[in-house]
Design a protein around this ligand. Structure first.
Ligand SMILES: [Zn+2]
Length: 195
């Protein structure tokens, strides 16, 4: 199959001296690779494996640079979440496996991620796995008094739906989850903390 010379030429002019690479990709004719975004969207959160990075609202952007480098922009969830390194490694690995040899994962800090960014599909997935999805995140609108007493809020039990649940621990298996227990069915469950 002959590569389109015009296309190849342009690629070369931009990408420097890697004619072989550009040629080989063109020659495939009809790119059968899934789009970089489709690949990136399949990556799941290491701490909440039932959620994809898209469900979590962590995947901010997927771009392809002129030289073919796939640039994925993700935003950190809970500060210091060690999951970020795992997400980066996973994104890079999946994209390599899907036929994208050059991958750059960038961290975007602004606007900051909030649990409000979790999609409705993501919230359903959490509930289906027995994890109480987060409620609306606290919003700083105008001057806000820093809460000296944390206002208890209702978190319904994901097993039986009872609102009668108690906080067992602010930190569960990971910093982003609190451990609660349902008074009605006695089942302990995790709750994604609102931020
Ligand atoms: Zn219950």
């Amino acid at each position: 199959m002959a590569a389109d010379p015009g296309e190849g030429e342009r690629q070369r002019a931009v990408g420097g001296d890697l004619p072989g690479e550009g040629e080989r990709q063109r020659a495939v004719g009809g790119d059968v690779r899934p789009t970089p975004r489709a690949v990136a969207e399949t990556v799941t959160d290491p701490e909440l494996p039932m959620l994809t990075l898209a469900d979590l609202g962590v995947l901010r952007d997927v771009d392809t640079a002129a030289d073919g480098t796939v640039i994925v922009s993700i935003t950190p969830t809970y500060s210091g979440c060690p999951a970020m390194d795992a997400m980066k490694a996973d994104l890079t690995h999946r994209l390599h496996a899907a036929g994208y040899p050059d991958v750059e994962v960038r961290t975007v800090l602004s606007p900051p991620w909030s649990t409000d960014d979790i999609t409705p599909a993501g919230r359903r997935a959490l509930a289906e796995h027995g994890i109480a999805p987060p409620g609306p995140a606290p919003r700083a609108a105008g001057p806000v008094l820093v809460a000296l007493t944390s206002r208890p809020r209702t978190v319904a039990c994901p097993q039986c739906g009872s609102p009668d649940t108690v906080l067992v621990s602010q930190f569960s298996s990971t910093a982003c989850k609190a451990l609660r227990r349902c008074t009605a069915c006695a089942e302990p469950f995790e709750h994604i903390k609102e931020i």
